[in-house]
Design a protein around this ligand. Structure first.
Ligand code: NIG
Ligand code: FE
Length: 411
């Protein structure tokens, strides 16, 4: 079957395992996060882009009418992976900075010296909307090959009206879920963050709010402070956007209390989060999104994932795919890091890159589970035990990917 065929019915048969988070809740918390249902020798029947049935091969009766088949022998089916935090819309690269960091320079020093995010801003402004679409398409293709079927992507490397809006349009046109990261850094043409926010909120927000689903801010020393973040997020909320924050990456600046106060969907990073932050987040509806590749690449402490889950917080995991702190599109690698560095089980890692990530994107009613009625997005793992998702570190663990009941890619 070629990838352009879109059968109305597709039977993925003879799968070694079909695996899905067990609880029907969203987001999953506590012990529910790690509970998975595993069906051995199983099938998934897709109809009109949705899952029609999941079960054992031995229980599969004769199917009337035309049905295409996909041989799942030796493979395990998972819900299509959901990457709820990426910066996939950028031009150029930062391989030079990577080399400088390898020689000892710090990320924050490079940022303060006008490198880092601002060097990507220059390349992104020069790319034009077509160039940005090409970039998002290329990055999305990499993610697909790593098993990602749903991705969020942020603007934030334009920081002028034209490039921010072009970024959001490019993300949407290439099938991503756009987030306006209008407060990522202060661009060089503004002297201070308040002046830049005056411009962004007056000139960019009205149109950005028509394209984006959420707004995001980098709340950190050297970027935006708590008051500035609050002002930005409140105006974005009033314009109808869901709220996200980059918080506690290098230092605690009040991101978690602010996220709770404003009813944000998520607060992301959390490498610097202490005990009080863990308690506050656990007592709220805000999801803690952890990005272990960024912690690894920047040599930061890993975020307190175990403590958060044990305290009852809702957590998700994502790549943070970006040219500076995490040039990595692989959620399987994130799952490996979750199990080896964050103290999570394979089941908890699975819940965090499926149901809970879908919840952060407001799509937990359609994505993140293999159950009748959900979108027929499947990631097929190249092993008869689904835990190879995390066990195979950096390996070619994805065998094939289906979106809306159609085979999009196979190795
Ligand atoms: O999530 N911390 C802020 N933003 C990104 C990195 C962006 C970059 O370095 O280009 C992050 O890690
Ligand atoms: Fe990020």
């Amino acid at each position: 079957m070629s990838s352009t065929d879109a059968p109305s019915r597709l039977l993925v048969r003879d799968l070694a395992q079909v695996v899905t988070p067990a609880s029907a809740e969203a987001p999953l918390r506590g012990a529910d996060l790690g509970r998975v249902d595993v069906i051995e020798n199983a099938y998934v029947l897709c109809e009109e882009g949705r899952i029609a049935a999941v079960g054992r091969m031995s229980d599969l009766g004769p199917l009337e009418g035309e049905v295409e088949e996909l041989d799942g022998r030796g493979l395990s089916a998972l819900p299509g992976l959901v990457d709820c935090h990426t910066h996939a819309c950028f031009a150029g690269d930062r391989v030079e900075e990577f080399s400088l960091r390898a020689a000892g320079a710090s990320y924050e020093e490079l940022h303060a010296a006008g490198g880092g995010i601002l060097s990507t801003v220059g390349a992104t402004r020069a790319a034009g909307e077509e160039g940005l679409r090409d970039a998002v398409r290329r990055h999305r293709e990499w993610m697909l090959h790593a098993g990602t079927t749903t991705l969020e992507a942020k603007s934030g490397y334009g920081l002028d009206r034209e490039t921010e809006l072009a970024s959001l349009r490019a993300i949407e046109a290439e099938g991503g879920i756009p987030t306006w990261l209008g407060a990522h850094a202060v661009p060089p043409e503004y002297e201070d963050a308040d002046g830049y926010l005056d411009f962004a909120l007056a000139e960019v927000l009205p149109e950005a709010a028509q394209i984006a689903e959420a707004a995001d801010v980098f709340l950190e020393r050297g970027a935006f402070d708590r008051e500035q973040a609050k002002r930005y997020l409140e105006e974005c909320r009033d314009a109808g956007l869901a709220l996200r924050l980059h918080g506690d990456q290098f230092s605690e600046q009040g991101a978690i209390p602010l996220a709770v106060e404003l009813g944000a969907r998520s607060v992301d990073h959390l490498e610097a989060t202490g005990d009080e932050g863990v308690r506050t987040l656990a007592g709220s509806d805000v999801v803690g999104v952890m990005l272990p590749v960024a912690a690894l690449v920047l040599g930061r402490p890993m975020p307190p994932a175990r403590a958060l889950v044990d305290a009852g917080a809702a957590i998700a995991l994502a790549t943070d795919f970006n040219p500076g702190s995490a040039f990595c599109e692989s959620l399987p690698l994130v799952a490996s890091l979750a199990c080896t560095q964050l103290g999570l089980s394979p089941g908890e890692a699975l819940g965090a890159v499926t149901v809970n990530a879908a919840h952060v994107l407001g799509r937990a009613d359609r994505k993140g589970r293999l159950a009748p009625g959900y979108d027929a997005d499947l990631t097929l793992i190249a092993a008869p035990d689904w835990r190879h998702l995390a066990y195979h570190v950096g390996g070619e663990v994805v065998a094939a990917v289906l979106r809306a009941g159609r085979l999009e890619w196979r190795r």
